[in-house]
Design a protein. Structure first.
Length: 139
């Protein structure tokens, strides 16, 4: 009986700790001293866990286009900040211009950890750096 209990406790401890080991280190992926601000058209949004992704098309100085991806917090944090699937789908459909501020990836790729996303009208819809989100009341 004691052996079965010990095995059950060990199995439970293993199941609880494995997900913690799977999560990546922020400092290994992002250069905290390099904050970038990008303004462009929102072209896609991936509602996935553990982190969602906003895709913004930036027009470069030479007129060429570059897609930047912004890693966002989990879906439940987005929801608490006023994000909803219908709102995001509408923003993508319209190709809404947004300003995304975030910490650049260390590998030089076109992706950031999105700390702020602000709509063209100046409303912050994602504010992880202290700015509260400004969302409209549900109708």
């Amino acid at each position: 009986m004691r052996t079965k209990l010990a095995l059950a406790v060990a199995a439970f401890a293993l199941l609880v700790t494995v997900p913690l080991l799977a999560h990546h280190s922020f400092s290994s992926e992002y250069e905290s001293a390099k904050v970038v601000t990008l303004t462009g058209k929102m072209v896609n949004f991936e509602w996935v866990n553990p982190h969602s992704w906003i895709h913004v098309e930036i027009t470069n100085a030479d007129g060429s286009k570059t897609i930047w991806k912004g890693e966002t917090p989990p879906v439940n944090v987005l929801y608490r900040n006023g994000w909803t699937k219908p709102m995001v789908e509408e923003m993508v459909k319209k190709g809404e211009v947004v300003t995304m501020r975030g910490i650049a990836a260390k590998d030089g790729s076109n992706h950031v950890f999105a700390q702020n996303v602000t709509r063209a009208d100046g409303k912050t819809v994602l504010g992880l750096s202290g700015a509260p989100p400004e969302v409209e009341a549900p109708k």
